[in-house]
Design a protein around this ligand. Structure first.
Ligand code: AFP
Ligand code: FBP
Length: 344
């Protein structure tokens, strides 16, 4: 490469973080968490790419608290991400799809007051067929009382306070994103100032800024729902999808949230995992699936709703609570919201 070509290479994630520290000093303390997430993402990308070779496909023989069979890589990637995040010294509590309860780090000397919620390997049921998977995460701040409870407060009381603080609405997120493991490894991130996308450059082993200031198209041409559930949807949603078909929309559905949301962010359109008669709250988990995706969607100019309520306004009652999610291009999602308004 000539000197000019080298100088025109995209900015690395590390350089971008330094730039953000100057432009938005209030976000500076997020830097270790973002760096640790990116490092864990590289490790997970390598594990996913080598899953077949390293005998890491298949199940672990255990189930998570939601009764789902855990894949070997669900368990392994949970450890990778947990270790990376706790080593920053910035976390007070972490909540994961693969942990029954939030894990308090307050007893550790090296802990901070951020809360992270994540799904280490979303879409893992696709893994054995080498289909796209992803990591999803959200970061919130905890209140000061987590660290500085009354002098006579026992460590258990403080831990309990921290657990309760995990149950914050998505509107309180200070950072959220996902890492997509597909034909490229892509890290989509927002720290509340738009959405930036970084691709892993295998030549240098770094994430580089390939999608600056992502804006979702106002309208797309694709809808993405599991139509096998459509007989159990409400009539308004059934009408909405019928109207999309009439208007020439195409259907795309991977069954891997990160892949389906990423395509929706880039091409526009609408992704949904709605409520249905069998699953009145849909399937996706609020804290570590719906809320981070909703944060990214809104930061990119899109909408994320249950159909009745803005996702980011929902105050979780439980760590693994499920909510319907419909998100994507503002005009496409607004069409559905208008149909719901007219139906009452
Ligand atoms: P797995 O992690 O078990 O593969 O579940 C993935 C997921 O939670 C999400 O990524 C998909 O959007 C959704 O499930 C797909 O669910 P259906 O199979 O019901 O369409
Ligand atoms: P592209 O290469 O244009 O994406 O087309 C892909 C394809 O030929 C097949 O890989 C795929 O199964 C099919 O088109 C999808 O077609 P449709 O858009 O009609 O669902």
């Amino acid at each position: 490469l000539g000197v000019r070509a080298v100088l025109s290479l995209p900015m690395t994630l590390g350089q971008w973080i330094l730039q953000q520290e100057r432009q938005h000093p209030e976000t500076a303390d997020l830097a270790p968490l973002i760096t640790a997430t990116a490092t864990a993402g590289k490790q997970i990308a390598s594990l996913v790419a080598r899953a077949g070779v390293s005998n890491l496909t298949g199940t672990q023989g255990s189930t998570n608290v939601q009764g789902e069979e855990q894949k070997k890589l669900d368990v392994l990637t949970n450890e990778v991400l947990k270790n990376a995040l706790r080593s920053t010294g910035k976390l007070g509590v972490l909540a994961s799809e693969e942990e029954d309860e939030p894990v308090s780090l307050m007893e550790e000397a090296y802990a901070g007051d951020f809360i992270a919620a994540f799904d280490p390997l979303d879409g893992s049921s696709n893994l054995d067929a080498a289909i796209a998977t992803g990591t999803i995460f959200g970061v919130m701040r905890s209140g000061e009382q987590c660290l500085t409870g009354p002098d006579d407060a026992s460590i258990n009381q403080r831990q309990m306070q921290c657990m309760v603080q995990t149950l914050q609405p998505g509107a309180n997120l200070v950072a959220a994103g996902y890492i997509l493991y597909s034909s490229s490894v892509i890290f989509m991130l927002s720290i509340g100032h738009g959405v930036q996308g970084f691709s892993l450059d295998p030549a240098i082993g770094e994430f580089v800024l390939t999608h600056p200031n992502v804006r979702i198209p106002t309208r797309g041409k694709i809808y993405s729902f599991n139509e096998a559930n459509s007989d159990n949807w409400d009539p308004v949603l059934q009408d909405y999808i019928r109207s999309m078909k009439k208007r020439g929309y195409s259907s795309r559905y991977i069954g891997s949230l990160v892949g389906d949301v990423h395509r929706t962010l880039i091409y526009g359109g609408v992704f949904g995992y709605p409520a249905d008669k069998k699953n009145p709250n849909g399937k996706l988990r609020l804290l570590y699936e719906c809320a981070p995706m909703a944060f990214l969607m809104e930061q990119a100019g899109g909408i994320a709703t249950t159909g009745k309520q803005r996702i980011l306004d929902i105050v979780p009652q439980g760590v693994h609570q499920r909510e319907p999610l419909i998100c994507g291009s503002s005009a496409d999602v607004q069409d559905l919201l208008t149909m719901y308004e007219r139906s009452v």
